[in-house]
Design a protein around this ligand. Structure first.
Ligand code: ATR
Length: 272
């Protein structure tokens, strides 16, 4: 009897740029698994219908990207703790005719930082942005027990709301979670860009005086040198883009679906 091909897809709008099929196929080949993995561009009005259609079509799992992570959370029959807290789903598994949602973005960031020998414990971190991307990683950052997580966002009220939402968790871990005071020049160990400023244009999502050669700059986006990364390189600081995070979050999805851990370093090398 021939083994049934396991079907997967990534869903977004747009989706052309997605590297997920290449990453998942590279992981699968490490284990000799035969999988199919498609890119599906779905119009927002037909998102729910498409998910149900793929479930009926015996897909095993889906990755969900922009702008559907919250919609995927809403449509799930059951979700992991991290998805419940972040109201975001980037990994769907179909099991017993049900939709199970998980979020591996935060884990992807933390794993990539570890691979780059960045230990968050006791660090002072500045997190830029208060949209879905920032929300998706803040819980995992808190769990890594830095000394402080300072938030900065163009629309200050969104950052304030984020602090209100997460302060219970930060307090539990004894972490200072606060808004950036632009008057106070502060040295950070790590600045993470979780805004879409780099993708959308050349805007710098933080005050220029925060560039320092002593700080590490991590841009969660990849594929272009953003104003954020350019500024960091100009002062001779260490920079990292989001390709490692993308591969590490994919590895965590792969583990959920296949119960085995791929070699991320091999795939990161392939992309760099
Ligand atoms: P995502 O899911 O990618 O986080 P989002 O929820 O639309 O998308 O959030 C985008 C984030 O990037 C927000 O923090 C946004 O700031 P605002 O809350 O003020 O909109 C930030 N952002 C987008 N363009 C920006 C720019 N040109 N300069 C600074 N911040 C920007």
């Amino acid at each position: 009897m021939t083994k049934k091909l396991k079907k997967f897809a990534v869903i977004g709008h747009p989706i052309d740029h997605s590297k997920s099929p290449t990453i998942h196929k590279a992981f699968a080949s490490q284990f000799g698994f035969d999988i199919s993995y498609e890119k599906l561009d779905v119009h927002p009005v037909s998102f729910d219908e498409k998910i149900h259609e793929l479930k009926e079509d015996e897909f095993v799992g889906l990755n969900i990207t922009l702008p559907f992570k919250n919609k995927a959370f809403q449509i799930s029959d059951g979700v992991s703790e991290i998805s419940r807290l972040t109201q975001s789903v980037n990994t769907i598994s179909f099991k017993d005719n049900k939709i199970h949602g998980d979020s591996t973005d935060g884990q992807g960031l933390i794993e990539d930082l570890k691979l780059n020998e960045i230990n968050l414990k006791g660090m002072n971190i500045l997190l830029l942005g208060a949209g879905g991307a920032a929300q998706g990683v803040i819980f995992d950052l808190i769990k890594s027990q830095p000394n402080s997580i300072i938030l900065h966002n163009r629309t200050v009220d969104r950052a304030k709301k984020m602090i209100d939402d997460w302060s219970v968790h930060a307090n539990k871990e004894n972490i200072n979670l606060a808004l950036l005071d632009v008057e106070e020049i502060k040295q950070f160990d790590l600045i993470i860009n979780a805004t879409s400023a780099g993708i959308m244009g050349n805007d710098l999502p933080m005050p220029i005086h925060l560039f320092s050669s002593e700080t590490t700059y991590y841009d969660m986006t990849y594929g272009s040198e953003t104003a954020f990364l350019k500024g960091a390189l100009r002062v001779g600081a260490r920079t990292l883009d989001g390709i490692g995070m993308l591969i590490c979050q994919a590895a965590a999805s792969f583990k959920i679906w296949h119960q085995c851990e791929p070699d991320v370093k091999e795939v990161i090398r392939l992309f760099k």
